[in-house]
Design a protein around this ligand. Structure first.
Ligand code: MSP
Length: 519
């Protein structure tokens, strides 16, 4: 490796979303994780190489049952749904680098290769499985864990079935001590803390070997000798098959281990216990951080297809614009917490934070620049905002490193508020009337430079609107620029000609109060 490529790979960042079950159309909850991953990826893009992987989990009973209910074979069913899932990402400006489907040959061949490697190393062995199986959760449960004879997952509670089969097992129990030690040595491996503590408690409770094949199901990756791979192991492997793990490809060498794997909290156990053990069995390192985010709820319950309480993300994007929805989702609650979704709350944020605070700041600032200085940025002046916000990029960056999206946005809004205060307190129209030219130049420069900072800082969160601000300030392209070089107060060149738009950035939306029909 050359010095340069070593430096590149040291900085390379890799973020993943879970791969989504394609048992129907996507809902708002699916958009949430993908948008968060997109923000992280865009932020890391401003610092160097970054890779964002997402995709769909197309095997297993859930998908097979949904396809059967629609009268289609599972492959035809998933092929038909895929465009809608990709359209969701495009609609919300989620710019992924790869989208993997577990039905793709590149994935399936590597799943078999992994199976062979694990068999060869002795981590996978043949045994007999008898136990209680929950079809909905695709999980075997210990009899002692069942609640009144039903699935113990509080989210599920469905009937379980007794199964008795010859199956392949992964020697998970062998990794219990190593997992516990790893958790203790790496308290930031699983965040937030609540998820970390739950996983440690699970580990302390003991681990059983994991049944990783299914003989009573044919919708999965076929294994040599019969049966298919357990859908959860098949799915987890996407994170390395997409990087061409089996052939030790360039992508794999550059990006593994993942820096951040985002998951909903209901699937933290698979990602923080089973997944690192499988990776270790393959001689690979565990990911840097698995973040178990909270649930979007509706009327107090998790939004989910099986409950039927889902919101259509396309309708939200049409009503509010994708960036307002992106902003709302990440501003409303800390990433690790549950939060309830409501259209009225989206509207309030859109009219308040975005319309009144940010949109008006842009409109007023540029209108004054046009009126008083023919739209040309004056020479940098003596305004105090730059000095007051010198640490802002570091604060935002540090918040994003630990997935504090809300903290990051709150910090950015301090700059928005400070610039609005500059207008209110310095009253540029009075300075103009009083012919205080130097003071007016100072204020106008400060506003334009502050807006340039905002375009750069907001680009990961609201790429389209940040780009509009950027272009209204007279720049080309999009504000994907290195923060350390560009977030230096005073970099905005004097005489730059701004190009204010005719329409507001976030036109006010009046309450029509109708909560959308649930899909
Ligand atoms: N296919 C598995 C994941 C395999 S990863 C190797 C799966 N799929 S899922 O479609 O049921 O859910 C995937 C993810 O969607 C969740 O982990 C979560 O990130 C997101 N969400 C689904 N509903 C959600 C909410 N109501 N709220 C927040 N996120 C939600 O599990």
């Amino acid at each position: 490796m050359t010095q340069k490529s070593m430096m590149m790979s040291e900085r390379a960042f890799f973020v993943t979303t879970p791969i989504y079950y394609i048992s129907g159309n996507p809902h708002m909850g699916h958009a949430y994780t993908s948008i968060a991953a997109d923000v992280l990826n865009r932020f890391h893009r401003t610092r160097g190489a970054s890779f964002f992987l997402t995709g769909t989990d197309e095997h297993g009973q859930k998908v097979a049952q949904a396809a059967a209910a629609a009268g289609l074979d599972p492959q035809a069913w998933t092929d038909r749904l895929i465009p809608k899932w990709k359209e969701l990402l495009a609609r919300f400006d989620v710019r992924y680098d790869d989208f993997i489907r577990t039905t793709e040959p590149r994935h399936k061949s590597q799943v078999v290769e992994v199976f062979e490697r694990l068999k060869a190393s002795g981590d996978v062995y043949l045994g007999k499985y008898e136990g209680w199986y929950c079809t909905n959760d695709e999980t075997f449960w210990l009899e002692s864990k069942l609640i009144d004879g039903r699935c113990p997952n509080a989210e599920c509670g469905r009937e379980v079935q007794w199964l008795s089969e010859d199956n392949w097992f992964f020697a998970l129990s062998k990794y219990q001590a190593r997992l516990l030690a790893y958790f203790r040595e790496n308290p930031n491996f699983v965040r937030p803390e609540r998820a970390y503590n739950e996983m440690v408690a699970t580990l302390e409770g003991g681990l059983e070997d994991l049944c990783i094949s299914r003989v009573n199901l044919d919708w999965g990756v076929p294994l040599p000798g019969g049966g298919v791979m357990y859908v959860w192991l098949d799915a987890l492997l996407n994170y390395i098959t997409a990087l061409d793990y089996a052939s030790d490809g360039e992508r794999f060498r550059t990006y593994w281990p993942a820096n951040v794997q985002l998951v909903g909290k209901e699937i933290a156990r698979f990602h923080t216990i089973i997944w690192p053990a499988v990776l270790w069995a393959l001689g690979l390192p565990a990911p840097g951080l698995v973040f178990a985010h909270g649930w979007m709820t509706l009327q107090g319950e998790k939004m989910s297809k099986s409950r039927g309480n889902v919101i259509d993300p396309f309708e939200m994007a049409d009503r509010f614009g994708p960036d307002s929805v992106r902003y709302f989702l990440l501003r409303e609650a800390p990433f690790g917490s549950d939060f309830s979704f409501s259209v009225e709350k989206v509207r309030l944020r859109r009219n308040g934070d975005l319309g009144n605070d940010l949109g008006n700041l842009l409109r007023r600032s540029l209108a004054m620049l046009v009126k008083y200085r023919s739209g040309r940025v004056p020479e940098p002046g003596l305004g105090a905002t730059g000095a007051a916000f010198i640490a802002l990029p570091t604060r935002v960056g540090e918040a994003l490193q630990i997935l504090g999206f809300r903290d990051a946005l709150e910090a950015i809004w301090e700059l928005v508020a400070a610039l609005n205060r500059v207008i209110d307190e310095k009253r540029p129209w009075d300075l103009h009337k009083g012919k205080a030219d130097a003071a007016l130049d100072d204020v106008l420069y400060e506003l334009c430079e502050g807006l340039r900072w905002l375009a750069i800082l907001l680009w990961p969160f609201m790429p389209a609107k940040a780009t509009e601000i950027w272009q209204q300030l007279g720049f080309e392209g999009e504000p994907l620029v290195p923060w350390d070089a560009e977030l230096v107060w005073g970099r905005l060149a004097a005489h730059t000609l701004v190009k204010p738009a005719e329409f507001p950035l976030f036109p006010r939306l009046d309450a029509d109060v109708v909560e959308p029909a649930q899909i």
